[in-house]
Write a protein that binds this ligand. Structure first.
Ligand code: FAD
Length: 326
């Protein structure tokens, strides 16, 4: 069975959940091999984690020579890794990335370097009749569902978070160090400063299993949204109207010009359901809306709808959830 490379998404060795989802998908297509970019002393922990989700091999690429630059060195390193595997006649049958900004940019550069087809933002990947990856994408602001395959080279696919339920299974986790040669050209854009974002204690919006979003209907008071989200361990999102009003930072915006989320549960509160908002959330597995207008377009989309004032509905729901958790 041929290898399927999964590029590990992590922060300082802390592996992010979408990586486990990718490993689960990789098992449908072949033998999962993970690729770790990072400091050698952080690799051990990450290796143990991905091994528990079926990684048979882990290629560890020490990023001492790569970090401090933007994405070009990582694309170059992956190109060299793929070439080495091709030379050994063990070419990978697919390469999977998480659909982050960085993941997509590296994937695109790699696709050009190895002359392969690229599919971005898949919401599902299955093996086709010949074992080839067949992806599902939601396109044109979610108005079409597209099934696609790569017809040239090694399929490179970026997959949105929450596209598969991560399944634990023991893999061998054999570590192979790989040392790329990074060109001067790849080092032409350098990061000169970086600041960690202030931690909210909530999950990352695009990875969260539950997202509670607020819109113009909040009137600028996000407290009911935040308290309800915290009772569920959810991330907080916002419509563009709420962001443009300065009630929430831009990084909270869900939609066509904001973030795309696909959680198990999406709660839209005081959001009318404009097409541009739907584009960022309509692949959510279960959608609930709280809106005081029973004709709001969001109700066309929901699994459950509550017609009411969010300022009374959400606190009541929060109280009930807190009571049941006690
Ligand atoms: P509104 O449409 O004003 O809806 C507010 C809703 O709150 C109403 O349905 C109302 O009944 C309800 N409400 C009011 N008070 C209460 C209450 N007390 N309790 C319960 N319900 C209440 N929008 C995005 O969200 N994301 C995007 O990425 C995005 N990109 C865009 C890109 C372009 C090019 C354009 C043109 C627009 C984009 N928009 C985007 C804007 C989009 O068209 C809508 O204007 C926006 O989504 C509306 O936000 P809203 O639903 O919060 O506000």
């Amino acid at each position: 069975m041929s290898e399927v490379l999964v590029v590990i998404d992590h922060v300082d060795g802390e592996v992010k959940k979408p990586t486990y989802e990718l490993l689960t998908i990789a098992r449908r297509l072949g033998e999962p091999s993970a690729v770790f970019f990072g400091a050698a002393d952080k690799a051990d922990g990450a290796v143990e984690k991905v091994k528990a989700y079926g990684a048979e091999k882990v290629y560890v690429i020490d990023d001492a020579e790569l970090k401090g630059y933007l994405v070009a060195p990582k694309a170059e390193a992956l190109q060299q890794l793929v070439s080495q595997l091709v030379e050994k006649s063990v070419a990978p049958s697919a390469i999977l990335f998480s659909s982050t900004f960085e993941g997509k940019e590296i994937a695109a550069r790699l696709a050009i370097k190895i002359e392969s087809g690229l599919i971005t933002d898949a919401v599902d990947v299955e093996a086709g009749e010949g074992g080839e990856p067949v992806t599902t994408q939601s396109v044109f602001a979610g108005s079409y569902t597209v099934t696609a395959t790569v017809t040239k080279g090694t399929p490179i696919i970026t997959v949105k978070p929450n596209s598969a339920a991560p399944e634990e299974t023991a893999g061998a986790g054999t570590v192979e160090a790989f040392t790329p040669t990074i060109s001067e050209a790849a080092r032409s854009t350098q990061i000169i400063a970086s600041q960690p974002r202030q931690a909210t204690g909530r999950p990352e919006l695009t990875e969260a299993a539950i997202v509670v979003s607020g819109g113009r209907g909040t009137g600028g008071n996000f407290e009911p949204i935040e308290k309800f989200a915290d009772s569920l361990g959810a991330a907080v999102g916002a419509s563009r109207a709420a962001v443009d009003s300065g009630w929430m930072p831009h990084s909270y915006q869900v939609g066509q010009t904001g973030k795309t989320v696909s959680p198990q549960l999406y709660v839209a509160s005081g959001i009318s359901g404009a097409i541009q908002h739907r584009a960022g959330m309509q692949t959510s597995k279960t959608i609930v809306a709280v809106n005081k207008d029973n004709e709001a377009p969001i109700f066309e989309l929901v699994d459950f709808g509550v017609v009411g004032d969010l300022h009374s509905v959400l606190p009541a729901a929060t109280e009930e959830i807190t009571k049941r958790k006690a």
